[in-house]
Design a protein around this ligand. Sequence first.
Ligand SMILES: [Zn+2]
Length: 204
Amino acid sequence: MRALLIVDVQNDFCPGGALAVPEGDKVVHVINRILDWFDLVVASKDWHPRDSVHFSKWPPHCVQETHGAEFHPELDTSKVVQVVVKGTGNRDDGYSAYEATNVDLEEYLKSKGIDELFVVGLATDYCVRASALDAVRRGFRTSVVIDAVAAVDILPGDGDAALKEMEQAGVRLVTSDGILCRVPEKGLQSQARNLKDEDRNKSQ
Ligand SMILES: [Zn+2]
C-alpha cells in the first residue's frame, strides 16, 4: 500500500507568503496530477504558535489559524484523509512530518498498511528532507517526487545537496511522469533506460 505525504503546501511558503519558497506554487498542479495514484493521501501543516523559538531562525510564518497557514487554494485536498500538524509547541521547529503532535504519523501509516511513502511539497531542503529521512529511518520504502518539490536555497545548491543526501540515505528520486508510467519502483536512471528500451521496441 502506498501513501502520498504532501508536506507544507501552505500560503506562507508560496510566492507572496511570509517565507516564500521560490516557485513554491509550481508543485501544486504536479501534486494534483498524481493524487489518484495513491491508496492514501496525508498532508502536513507547519502550525506554529505566535511565540516560538523557531521564529528566532525564520521570519514568522504559518501561525496557527492564519491565512498564511492555510493550504494553497489550488491544492486539491479532497483526497487528504489526515492532516498532521507540526511545530505546534513554542520550543520545537517541527521540520519533519513525523514530529506531528496531533497524530503519531508512523503508527498511523502502519495501521493503514502503508509500507511505501512518496513525499512531495515544500521545502526540499528543510521539511521535505527531514520527513523523507525520517520515513527511511522508520522502515518505509520512500521516494521523493523531484518535480513536486521546491527548495528554499538559502545557499545556491542547498536543494540539490538535500536530494543527494536523501538518495544516499536510501530515498529514491522519482518524477511525476515516472509515477504516471507506473514505474516508481525504479530509479531515474533505470527509468531512462527503460524508456529507451521502449522506444527501441516500438521502432522494431
Ligand atoms: Zn516553520
